[in-house]
Design a protein around this ligand. Structure first.
Ligand SMILES: [Zn+2]
Length: 450
């Protein structure tokens, strides 16, 4: 009888207390994802290409050609979207004078990022989520500011994704703030994003995630003869110096080298993106960027913000940073004919569902702790409610130490969970969950009682 009683007890534990919560789709996010249009994306890319060049050093006075005309056009579109937003979306060109630097800027210029802000509806929620693409482009010679440079994939694709997310999301309201930015000066040395990230740091913006889109709508086979359409890469740094606030010895002892802010964001993006976007695999690359390359996420990462980069699965270097020309029967140049707008649509949806899920979710739980007072084979977690947002409950996430992604989730409405799994053998994290099932970013526990 005793044995029978115990087995009922253990059955109850496994079913009642530790049943895994299955992720749900938020119907409003599904609706927004459906509104992303390949035709709109195509029209933005074609229009951006029509400015001839968008080199950061190009003309700012010609009404039809150059970076000045291009940024005014993006501003105009943002302001058009703003009209349907009940005053929540506002847009500006945030300018600064950038002095000749003897490197990639040969004269003083007015550098301008086009920034649209969708203000959060909860006055107590200071969180900001950023989606970024770069408006500027280059020819083979980055200092050539007059010749034609279409820049369809690099980076009209990213700019178009930013604009399309603004178009769709501005019709909806979110408790937290979302910023849509088309940056200048990327090719001249990440100038626009350095300016914005520095401002964010000085003014203490509460940025929880930056999604940088650069070269993410091309579907041209490259020398490896691979097709892009079903896969996209997310690049993320493992740990930055400012990342966890934990001492190096703690990181080494606890094996936390794969759980920095950017990596945690990449893991989140993969899960949410694959949940909402059919036929897209999000491939995590455990690197900040590709060899010889950099991008607009780096100035944020360097200042301790969580930032990742999205890029085509396979790139074609004949179509990047190349003057438009035919050579030995090969077409060079970043032309719209090498774009795949269905692929760009899927990648835009991946951005949108992540931004929406984050901006609808409560903030991160606070003081997440794992009890390490004595040697046990169990895991006892505690935490406090987040600073902002309406929280219905919490997911405790779990993965084997060698797993790249979270493998199990357990739901509770309490501020603690005791699990019959050894804290020595798994990683755990806690995320807040809203009434509609939107999950916030996970927080790894710190050991308590050591
Ligand atoms: Zn680029």
């Amino acid at each position: 009888m005793k044995k029978f009683g115990l087995s009922i007890f253990s059955l109850c534990i496994s079913v009642c207390l530790f049943s895994q919560a299955s992720p749900t789709k938020d119907p409003q996010i599904e609706k927004m994802v459906k509104e992303v249009s390949a035709d709109s994306l195509r029209s933005y890319v074609n229009k951006l290409v029509s400015f001839g060049t968008r080199n950061t050093l190009s003309t700012q006075t010609d009404p039809k050609r150059g970076i000045g005309a291009a940024r005014l056009w993006v501003l105009g579109r943002f302001r058009e979207f703003a009209r349907g937003s009940d005053g929540r979306l506002t847009a500006i060109i945030d300018t600064t004078t950038y002095k000749k630097d003897g490197r990639r800027v040969d004269r003083d210029i007015l550098l301008g990022n086009v920034v649209a802000t969708l203000k959060g509806t909860d006055p107590n929620d200071s969180r900001i989520f950023i989606i970024s693409g770069h408006l500027d482009n280059m020819r083979t010679n980055v200092m050539d500011s007059t010749g034609d440079a279409p820049g369809a994939n690099d980076d009209a694709s990213g700019t178009a994704a930013v604009m399309e997310c603004a178009r769709v999301m501005s019709k909806y309201s979110f408790p937290a703030t979302v910023i849509f930015v088309a940056v200048s000066g990327e090719e001249q040395g990440l100038l626009g994003s350095n300016y914005m990230a520095e401002k964010a740091k000085k003014e203490n913006w509460n940025i929880e995630a930056v999604l940088n889109n650069d070269i993410m709508g091309g579907n041209n086979k490259n020398e490896t003869n691979k097709n892009n359409t079903n896969e996209v890469r997310v690049f993320s740094e493992s740990l930055s110096l400012l990342d966890t606030g934990r001492a190096e010895t703690t990181i080494r002892n606890l094996g936390l080298e794969n759980d920095g802010k950017a990596r945690q964001l990449a893991r989140y993006v993969k899960e949410i993106g694959e949940r909402y976007v059919k036929g897209l695999k999000i491939v995590m690359v455990y690197r900040n960027d590709r060899f010889l390359r950099g991008g607009d996420h780096l100035p944020y990462v360097q200042r301790g913000f969580a930032a990742v980069r999205f890029t085509d699965m396979n790139e074609n270097y004949n179509h990047q940073h190349q003057d438009v020309r035919m050579e030995n029967g090969v077409q060079y140049g970043d032309l719209p004919e090498f774009m795949d707008f269905e692929y760009l649509r899927k990648n835009t949806c991946m951005n949108l569902c992540n931004l929406a899920n984050l901006a609808k979710a409560p903030a991160m739980p606070q003081d997440v702790k794992v009890d390490t007072k004595k040697l046990t084979n169990l895991t006892n977690l505690t935490w406090n409610a987040p600073k902002a947002g309406k929280t219905k409950g919490y997911n405790v996430l779990m993965r084997e130490t060698t797993s790249p992604v979270w493998q199990k989730r357990f739901y509770t409405s309490e501020l603690k969970m005791d699990l019959p799994y050894s804290k020595d053998n798994y990683f755990f994290a806690v995320q807040s969950v809203s009434e509609n099932g939107n999950e916030g970013l996970p927080v790894l526990p710190t050991p308590a009682g050591r």
